[in-house]
Design a protein around this ligand. Structure first.
Ligand code: B12
Ligand code: SF4
Length: 515
């Protein structure tokens, strides 16, 4: 049977990074089937396009995975596929919580023939076999013989063949940058970010988050060896292609078990398996100097920190009181001293937020080492404690917000400001942080560091700007480059000056050697 795994586009950004679930399920597919992958963020497709594709490619089963924000598109695509007679199985965090919605049992139309609940590592082979035999069931739950929920241990994690997978569509370098980047060094025209997981689960239970409910509060890890082997495979591929590959450790809290993380990082260093990587780690765990040393030595370049708010009252409200705003600056300094920078994520529209929250947050940020601030709105995702609390209080203004997804729009009323004030705060946060002046200041603030770090900050800022200000077309990129031309040209000039100087040094060395 030919199987298509499809991830709908998020409608905001393009091909930032492939979605791991597709590659994982492909690796777990029983022998004898062929699996094709389409990530809508890299290969945009509409309903008509996907219906034509499944017919032309003789697809016998389509698997669709989606977060809540892409579910409306996922349902539309599923409808188009089912209309041409091909069965659809859906999985992922949204349909796990809203299986009845996907199966048409909550008053709306049916979108999926089957739903895979929760982690599908163990159920996927069964789904494929049932589909091939024409006996697809409606619900696949990861349970043992006694009906008890069973989570994959991750101890026997499949090997994802990153060495042979076609990654061309996931090159994140906008074409307009090719000529400039190739001058920096060979291979800089391609840059892929690959998702790798080393463990699953988070016990913290923040009110707005689905992770504790979905993956559970007991944490499971892959073996160090299996992670190291995966990194070595990626490193070998990058070097054979003379391209750049970075890894995103998608674990929700990469250092949740500090002892284990240190042992993994030591193994990465010992195996010389370092690639540049990003990981998500909560601020409280970054107090540990030895951990931060190992992060830097093992290739860590960016750490995503869910800071959420600089107001302890807000953090307490959402059960994230373990975040201590008073230590944010020290945590970021500790990272920056080792040339590791942070993606700092903030949520506005929390219950204790009032107008001016963006300026108050920006005021703090300006004293921190340069990083990548990102701003979002408190969003009640289905089945989270937050959703239940707001629903009980009658505060949901769009209880089924996913049916008509609007980027950066609230679905409930904040307590101490209006919805439009909250939207304005987010806009202000992005506009101020990603203005040409702010980008120039971020680059200049590390003028004492080697050029590569400043180029890194510049490129990352230009790309992150696109999360809020759509930057998908050639024209949008040209405009962004024009606006930031002073910073860009000053770094290019510095690169050429350094290159010429090193060329002259080499000539002088050559001349003195021959005399
Ligand atoms: C990496 C990641 C991202 C990446 C992008 C995604 C990517 N390219 O990989 C980045 C950092 C950009 C990101 C951003 C956001 N993310 Co995010 N992200 C994750 C994260 C940490 C890992 C995803 C992952 O690969 N997991 C590992 C794989 C193996 O798990 P999985 O995807 O769930 O797949 C398993 C099952 O679900 C199932 N399955 C999944 N799909 C399918 C399909 C079929 C057919 C079948 C059978 C089974 C199946 O089988 C898989 C194996 O068991 C998850 C949290 C988490 N731990 O999953 C959050 C998560 C997915 N993100 C979440 C959110 C909310 C966001 C944001 C909206 C945050 C924000 N406020 O801005 C943005 C939106 C991004 C966008 N523009 O679309 C939520 C989604 C909740 C929901 N109900 O939708 C999660 C669950 C975290 C949370 N806080 O609750 N994210
Ligand atoms: S620490 Fe992160 S992953 Fe864990 S519950 Fe909180 S927001 Fe979710």
């Amino acid at each position: 049977m030919r199987i298509l795994l499809y991830n709908p586009d998020n409608g905001v950004t393009r091909n930032f990074m492939p979605h791991l679930w597709m590659f994982l399920l492909k690796a777990l597919t029983p022998a004898g089937h062929e699996v094709l992958l389409i990530d809508g963020n890299a290969q945009p497709m509409d309903e008509e396009g996907i219906a034509r594709f499944v017919i032309e490619e003789n697809i016998g089963l389509v698997g669709i995975g989606a977060m809540t924000r892409m579910i409306a598109k996922a349902y539309r695509m599923a409808d188009a596929i089912r209309a041409v007679g091909v069965p659809v199985v859906m999985g992922g965090p949204h349909v796990t919580e809203m299986a009845d919605e996907a199966l048409g049992r909550s008053g709306g139309p049916q979108h999926a023939d089957a739903v895979a609940l929760g982690e599908a590592d163990d159920t996927w082979p069964k789904i494929v076999n049932d589909a091939a035999a024409g006996t697809l069931k409606d619900i696949y739950a990861p349970v043992d013989a006694f009906g008890q929920e069973q989570k994959p241990s991750l101890q026997s994690y499949p090997s994802i063949p990153w060495d042979t997978i076609d990654l061309a569509q996931f090159n994140i370098v906008p074409k307009v940058f090719y000529p400039m980047l190739q001058k920096i060094g060979a291979g800089w025209g391609t840059f892929r970010i690959i998702p790798v997981e080393s463990g699953r689960g988070c016990p913290y239970g923040c009110e707005f988050c689905t992770v504790t409910g979905f993956f559970g509060d007991s944490i499971r890890f892959r073996t160090n060896k299996s992670v190291v082997d995966e990194l070595l495979l990626l490193k070998a591929r990058a070097s054979s292609e003379r391209g750049q590959i970075a890894v995103f450790f998608i674990d929700d809290n990469f250092a949740i078990n500090v002892k284990r993380t240190k042992s993994l990082l030591r193994d990465i260093i010992a195996a010389n398996a370092q690639v540049h990587w990003v990981a998500q780690i909560s601020a409280n765990l970054l107090r540990d100097e030895e951990l931060v040393d190992l992060i830097a030595a093992a290739g860590g370049k960016w750490i995503f920190i869910g800071m959420e708010s600089i107001d302890p009252a807000n953090l307490k409200d959402v059960n994230k009181g373990f975040n201590k705003p008073g230590e944010y600056a020290a945590v970021l300094e500790r990272l920056a001293q080792r040339n590791v920078f942070a993606i700092t994520s903030f949520i506005f529209g929390m219950d204790n937020d009032t107008t001016g929250v963006a300026d108050r947050t920006l005021h703090e940020i300006q004293n921190w080492p340069p990083g990548l601030p990102i701003f979002g709105l408190l969003t009640p995702l289905p089945a989270t404690p937050l959703y239940k609390r707001l629903e009980a209080a009658g505060r949901l203004t769009r209880p089924k917000h996913w049916q008509e997804f609007i980027p950066f729009a609230m679905a409930h009323t904040p307590l101490r400001m209006t919805i439009s004030e909250a939207h304005a705060e987010v806009k202000h946060g992005w506009a101020k942080s990603y203005s040409p002046a702010a980008i120039a200041k971020a680059v200049a603030s590390i003028a004492h560091k080697p050029l590569g770090y400043r180029v890194n900050i510049l490129i990352a800022r230009l790309c992150f700007r696109g999360i809020y200000f759509p930057q998908m077309g050639r024209f949008a990129w040209a405009k962004t480059i024009a606006e930031n031309r002073r910073t860009i040209f000053s770094l290019i000039k510095e690169a050429f000056t350094a290159r010429r100087a090193s060329g002259q040094d080499a000539q002088e060395v050559g001349a003195s050697a021959s005399t």
